[in-house]
Design a protein around this ligand. Sequence first.
Ligand SMILES: Nc1ncnc2c1ncn2[C@@H]1O[C@H](COP(=O)(O)OP(=O)(O)OP(=O)(O)O)[C@@H](O)[C@H]1O
Length: 361
Amino acid sequence: MLELAIHHRQGDFELQADLTLGEGLTALFGASGSGKTTLINIIAGLIRPEDGRILFNGETWNEKGIFLPPHRRRIGYVFQEGRLFPHLTVLQNLRYGEGLLPRAERREDLDRIAALLGIADLLDRRPAHLSGGEKQRVALGRALMASPKLLLMDEPLSALDTALKAQILPYIERIRDEFGVPIIYVSHSAEEVARLANALVTFKGGRASAVGRPNEALATVAQASGDLPAGNFIEAEITAHDETDGLTEASSTAGRLILRRTPLPIGTRVRVFIPVSDIVVATEPGEGLSALNRLSGRVLAVDDGSGASVTLTIDCHGQTIIAEVTRRSLRQLALAPGKPVHLLFKTVSIASEGLFRQVLP
Ligand SMILES: Nc1ncnc2c1ncn2[C@@H]1O[C@H](COP(=O)(O)OP(=O)(O)OP(=O)(O)O)[C@@H](O)[C@H]1O
């Protein structure tokens, strides 16, 4: 557990962070210049905060009069560009991280890490002869070889194109799921955050705030980042596959979801993305409709903005879902707080890229 109580000024910028970060992957999300890199540099010990307390699993890293230097914090740091040593081979780059540790503390096995990251065939090459994605996988491997207690990743995918990102994301998921090392991950991409994050910290005006319910906050994050349309994230568990119809069923607090057949096994926890624009709101259950997904709930709030459509916040058995209707529908259906409603959407509204596998700590 990482406990932070930090106040730091640099120039005109002030960072305030009072946070407790736990297991799994915590995403730091916020506009450019909002202080994300400053915070992870403070955690890493690369910046000494003006005033602050950092405790990691009970060990004091920073407090008045105490400053544990970076190399004693046992942190793995992966940057935007891999920053590999150009004169060393992949193998030597990997061994470098390990070499920083006393022999007794070396926990990681090079073969296991090289296999996990798919770099076993690259060990003799130098960074100049690697693709961008390969470099980043080696950078991940080098960080892991130092047997870190905490991994910091500052936009590790942002220098890669979409295809390469898709190639690396599963490796980051495996690190998250198989290493048991907490990860703090800076990202501008809602898609990455949706797929990877167990917890979320957002930054506004230099203030870092932990978000209690990441699924709901993710919808806002998605809109802010512009890489996903306005939508809802629902946490669910895969319960059955229907081979005949090519469908997968998942259960969630909100109700049963019918998805397109996914290869993910039964029992897998997923985060499902449903765009706001695909949800139909009805006051009757509705028969003779093709939409397979039907959730029931109650209107919590009506956001009567200025445009032609109105945003509804609906509570579906504890899961908040956002939907949009026209002003005319609002009137005709007499939608108001407290009104019971049914939400319909098609299975095809859930794109396969809108299904994010989760392993929650
Ligand atoms: N050495 C410095 N001296 C003064 N101000 C600085 C210094 N380094 C960064 N800043 C300022 O601190 C603020 C936070 O910067 P930081 O790099 O932490 O933001 P960020 O959220 O990581 O941004 P990005 O997403 O663009 O990487 C910015 O306003 C930046 O201009």
